[in-house]
Write a protein that binds this ligand. Structure first.
Ligand SMILES: O=C(O)C(=O)[C@H](O)CO
Ligand SMILES: [Mg+2]
Length: 257
């Protein structure tokens, strides 16, 4: 059975942030991820994490002004100093939260200069934090127009060129479906590069049920292939989070009250 984590940026938003950790535990998750933890002091998050007994699976590098359209800095020419500062901030948070992975957000950019900047920044980051697992994630261009890393083969070229032991693929099955139309084939091509998986339903990015991806079959395949990473629920609950968790119950029952 895969190890399931809850994305606390999207799930359990009915609760204040620090209460979401325990809500995830009660629901049966074994880990959590938090995309943008930087508005809450790291010690406060660390306390909530410790009290819940869960592990932190993933944080993202900052997208300094999300509301203004920032989606990360790694591929932005001329913003190298800001990227390094933002990466240092994620390392500060990592020192408190010990995430399995930090996702380096590429940002909105395109072209050769952005590509060169991205490679330079990734190279710097992999050297700066050799013990920290780092990921890159292709994100589909419909949900996030202009995001630099928007294709799995593009990510594979970069990873294969780098061969950095601490840099790997974050495989979001929802994005894989939106980008290629064939999530299982995309997984087959790229699973050896993957250390973290995220899931969502293909209809409205809601619960991972129905829709074009057969998740029970995918989870069985992950078991058969010996995948040891986490599978994070990164979706928009269609209603109250707890009301949509039936998909998790065959794998992990909610804790008794
Ligand atoms: O959009 C996604 O799928 C992600 O995982 C990014 O980290 C967004 O922040
Ligand atoms: Mg994702």
């Amino acid at each position: 059975m895969p190890k399931f984590a809850a994305n606390l940026t999207l799930l359990f938003t009915e609760y204040p942030l620090t209460d979401r950790f325990d809500a995830a535990r009660r629901a049966g998750f074994g880990g959590v991820e938090l995309l943008i933890p930087y508005d809450t002091p790291a010690p406060e998050l660390a306390r909530a994490l410790r009290d819940s007994g869960l592990s932190m699976v993933l944080i993202n590098t900052p997208a300094p002004d999300w509301a203004a359209g920032d989606r990360g800095l790694a591929a932005l020419p001329g913003r190298e100093a800001a990227f390094r500062d933002s990466f240092e901030l994620s390392l500060d948070y990592a020192a408190h939260l010990s995430p399995d992975h930090i996702h380096i957000m590429a940002g909105l950019a395109s072209g050769a200069e952005a590509h060169a900047t991205y490679l330079r920044n990734l190279s710097w980051a992999t050297t700066r934090a050799p013990q920290q697992s780092l990921t890159i994630e292709p994100i589909n261009s419909i949900d996030m127009p202009g995001f630099f890393l928007n294709d799995f083969d593009q990510a594979a070229d970069i990873l294969d060129q780098f061969k950095a032991p601490n840099l790997s693929l974050q495989f979001d099955a929802y994005h894989a479906h939106r980008i290629t139309g064939d999530m299982p084939a995309t997984w087959a091509r790229h699973r050896h590069r993957t250390r973290h998986i995220q899931i969502a339903g293909t209809e409205g990015r809601h619960e991972p049920t129905g829709g074009a991806i057969d998740y029970p079959t995918f989870f069985a395949l992950l078991d058969a292939q010996g995948y040891t990473g986490h599978v994070s629920a990164e979706y928009l609950p269609a209603a109250k989070t707890e009301d949509g968790l039936g998909w998790l119950w065959p794998y992990s029952a909610p804790a008794m009250p």
